[in-house]
Design a protein around this ligand. Structure first.
Ligand code: ZN
Ligand code: ZN
Length: 260
């Protein structure tokens, strides 16, 4: 069977290089912190008996604040520990923390993900079962896009060599788990004809798989075509594909309305 494909139209954006430089500096600081402090913090983490093994909101506050302050100093921004704790508490309680500017929000997310990835590392070392989680017929099919470690939803998949086996990659904690290779992970449809693949030549090896039944879209990076060092950055860098897909979906909806 030939998969349905379509090209997305995307305009160039010079701000990406600049954004990458900023991102790289922060990412390096996260890696330094993990090397220096990771083993101490790992001793403080406990995984639950069943997924999600360590939800983001249960991560140790002191670790979040410690890493966040290191990112602030890289960015030459001063914020008090009390302010950071306040924002973290609001986030934990499910309150809206959108009042942060974009760069503050980026450092906060990177601090969360830097600590969460310790939990993911621990889960990998302990070889915890990612299976058996939402895999029974009666369960919501969408559970397979929820990270078994941190409980966040992932919309990023990786196709691996040699056969294109599909893994979900959590952009919050970095954990990866196997999912079915064809069909929609949201509505559970196994009909590959209902999946359409949107791509753009500026992003080789990356496609947005859109389900025509439920409208769910998933970014797939085929590592047989694209070599990727950092999936979080790859996801950010290719955000224009997500935006173009939303536009494509809304245009499809308009066309459908005209037909009927
Ligand atoms: Zn996760
Ligand atoms: Zn679907």
């Amino acid at each position: 069977m030939v998969a349905q494909k379509s090209q997305l139209v995307i305009s160039e954006d010079g701000a990406v290089t600049q954004a990458y430089q900023k991102y790289r500096l922060l990412k390096q600081e996260v890696e330094h912190w993990q090397q220096e402090r990771g083993s101490d913090w790992l001793k403080m983490l406990t995984l639950a008996e069943a997924p999600p093994y360590l939800p983001i909101k249960d991560l140790p506050s002191d670790a979040i604040v410690e890493l966040w302050q290191r990112l602030n100093s890289v960015a030459k921004v001063e914020m008090s520990d009390a302010d950071l704790r306040n924002i973290w508490e609001q986030f934990r309680n499910g309150q809206d923390v959108n009042a942060m500017d974009e760069e503050t929000a980026t450092r906060f997310r990177m601090a969360l993900s830097g600590v969460a990835s310790l939990a993911s590392q621990m889960a990998n070392e302990k070889n915890v079962p990612a299976q058996g989680f939402g895999r029974t017929a009666s369960d919501d099919p969408r559970e397979c896009i929820v990270c078994p470690i941190c409980g966040e939803v992932s919309n990023l998949a990786i196709l691996t060599p040699p056969n294109g086996h599909r893994l979900m990659h959590c952009t919050s904690c970095g954990f990866e788990w196997s999912v079915k290779r064809v069909g929609c992970l949201s509505c559970g449809s196994d009909d590959s004809k209902q999946q359409i693949f949107l791509s753009n030549e500026g992003y080789p090896g990356i496609a947005m798989a859109v389900c025509q039944l439920c409208g769910y879209s998933l970014k797939e990076i085929d590592t047989r075509e694209a070599s990727v060092q950092d999936y979080l950055w790859e996801d950010i860098r290719s955000l224009p594909l997500n935006f173009a897909t939303e536009l494509w979906l809304s245009e499809q909806a308009k066309k459908d309305n005209q037909v009927h």
